[in-house]
Design a protein around this ligand. Sequence first.
Ligand code: GLU
Length: 397
Amino acid sequence: MLSDRILNMGISKTLEMTAKARKLKELGYNVINLSVGEPDFFPPSFILKAAKKAIDKGYHNYTPISGDLELKKMICKKFKRDNNLNYSNSQILISNGVKQSIINLFLALLNKNDEVIIPAPYWVSYYEMVKFCQAKPIIIPTTIKSNFKITSKQLKNVITSKTKIFIFNSPCNPTGCVYSKKELKTLVKILSKNPKIIIISDEIYEYIIYEKKHISIASFSEIYNQTVTLNGLSKSFSMTGWRVGYLGGPEWLTQACEKIQGQTTSCVNSIAQRASIVALKYNQKKILKKILNSFKKRRNLIITFFKEIPTLKFKSPDGAFYLFIDLSFFLKKNQSSNNFSMHLLNKYFVATVSGESFGSKNGLRISYASSKKNLFEALFRIKKFLNELLNSSYMYH
Ligand code: GLU
C-alpha cells in the first residue's frame, strides 16, 4: 500500500502534458508541444567541448556532496558579478536542477502544518512539494490587473506565527511577470520585520528577461540572512537534461540541504558540473543575446496574434518564455481550462498546460520556446479551435 503522502501528491502537469504529446507523436500525429518550458536551442559549443574534455580527462568519480569546488567558486563569482551577492563556498550547494534545491529546502525547513506563502499563479511543483512535506500552501492570488504581482499588503495579511517560508519567483513561471526594485522594496519591508521567515528566491529565468532588469531580492541587505537564492543552467543555456541547479544561502541551511543530498543523491553528475564551470565563467547576458532576441521575436509574434482576439485576456510577459492567458470567456461556469487544453491536444494536436495546476483554473500556459514555424502552425490551430468553440454550445456565454 502506498503512503498517504504519495497518494495525496498530484502528478506534475508540465511533465504529464509533455509525456502525452510525446506519446501522440510516437503514434504518428503531428503534435506541436508548447507545454514544457524547454528552450529548443543547442547549448553553446564551448560548453559541449568542456563536457567532452571532462570525460577524456577522467572526471568520472563522485564530487563532494555540495559540488565540485571549482564550480562552487565560479558560482560565487557569478553571484557577485551578476547579482551583487556575496556568498562564500560554504554557502553554495549544487543540486540536480533547481527542483532538487527546492525540495531539499522544504525538507530541511518544514514541519507538519507549517505554512508556506506562494503567490499564484505559481509553478506547479511548489504547491505539490509543500503538500508532500505535510505543510500548508498559503496562496496569495494575483490577477492580470495587478500584472500578476502581489502587494505588500497582501503579503502582510497572510503572515502568521506558522509562516516558515515565502517562495518568490521573478521572472515568474507561468506569468512572465518581473518585479521592479521599487516593488521588491515594499515586500522586503514586510519580510525584514519577520526575520524567521525564509525567503526562497527562484531565479532560474534570470537571463530570459526583455525590457526590464532582474534584481535578486537577497541583494537587499535587510533580508540577506533570511534568503536563499536559487538558479541553474537549464533555461539560459538550454541544458534542461543536464540537471544542474544551485543555491546560495545561510550556511546552516546549506549544510542541512547537503545532509539530505548526502543521504539521497550523493552529488550532481560530475561531467555536467565540469561543463558548468565554463558556462558560468563569462557574462551570460552577452552569450545569450542572440537567444534572447529570438525569444523576444517569438513573444511578440504570439502576443500580436492573441491581441486580435479581445475575448482572451492576458498580460504581455516581461520575462521567461510563457504566455498565461485567461480563458474565462470560453469556459462554462465552474469548468476549468483542463478540458480546453485536453481538447486542444487531442483534436488539434497542440500541447499546452491548463492553469489549474498553476493555481488559476481559468488560465492556460503556452510556452513559446519553440520555432517560429511551430508557433505559426500552433496559433493557426488554436484559432480554428476557438472558432469551433464560438460556434458550439461548449461556451458558457
Ligand atoms: N519548469 C519547466 C516547466 O514549467 C520544466 C518542467 C517542470 O519541471 O515543471 O515547464
